[in-house]
Write a protein that binds this ligand. Structure first.
Ligand code: ADP
Ligand code: MG
Length: 227
């Protein structure tokens, strides 16, 4: 399996608090990888390093054969915009905007014209079965609906990698399953690779492979795919 994203011996500390202490990880093309581990073990920090949000103190992050930890903020922010999609625990929709406008946002930020971005957002909302919600603001959505709209926003620019940090963490288990069905179904349909951070085994069960983060290191749970 082709490697899309890789962390090698990554260290990161928040001041004097070490969060990652030699983390290694490989994500394959089209692979859905669950990152498990107890609270405070370094899962979110690892995701942020992989996604070019944080820069490791030492170690390497490779994306498509490129050392992204060596890019400046401008390069990393372009990479996040053009290649990566994000969905976080509490959807974080812009409250003043409709669902459709929220979903169109990543395209607008990439310079797509408003009419084209809106059309694309509509297509995605429809594909995810959310077209009935297009005009609603986040205050008019249930938690599960808001999270599905946030997922649509994360996918609208057709990212190479979707980073999902506890995407079902704020939801009850049935609603969480609906979000995961949608996430996994869309990722599979598009061949999107996914880094899925979760502490819920039921959510991790959707992934192709699981790793566990413990004390800032990655322990493999299931076998890595052959290179
Ligand atoms: P997880 O996502 O597995 O719960 P995190 O990556 O958020 O873990 O945190 C790893 C460690 O880094 C923990 O000790 C946590 O307290 C610390 N940490 C995380 N974010 C910050 C921050 N912004 N400032 C200081 N310490 C932080
Ligand atoms: Mg976390």
């Amino acid at each position: 399996m082709t490697t899309v994203l890789e962390a090698r011996d990554v260290h990161f500390a928040f001041g004097r608090t070490p969060a990652l202490r030699g983390a290694d990880l490989r994500l394959g093309e089209g692979e859905i990888l669950a990152v498990m581990g107890p609270s405070g073990s370094g899962k979110s920090t690892l995701l942020h390093c992989l996604a070019g949000i944080l820069v490791p103190d030492s170690g390497e992050i490779h994306f498509d054969g490129q050392r992204i930890d060596r890019l400046g903020e401008t390069g990393r922010s372009a990479l996040r915009r053009d290649k990566f999609g994000f969905v976080f625990q509490f959807g974080q929709l812009v409250p003043e905007l409709s669902a459709e406008e929220n979903v169109a946002l990543p395209l607008l930020l990439s310079g797509v014209r408003r009419s084209a971005a809106t059309a694309e957002a509509r297509v995605l909302l429809e594909r995810l079965g959310l077209d009935g919600l297009a005009a609603r603001t986040s205050g008019e959505l249930s938690g599960g609906q808001a999270q599905r709209v946030a997922l649509a926003r994360g996918l609208v620019a057709r990212p190479r990698v979707l980073f999902a940090d506890e995407p079902t963490g704020a939801l009850d288990s049935l609603t969480g399953e609906q979000v995961m069905d949608l996430l996994v179904g869309s990722a599979r349909a598009e061949g999107t690779s996914v880094v899925l951070v979760t502490h819920e085994p039921r959510v991790a069960a959707y992934a192709d492979r699981e790793v566990v983060v413990r004390d800032g290191k990655v322990l493999a749970l299931t076998a890595e795919p052959a290179a």
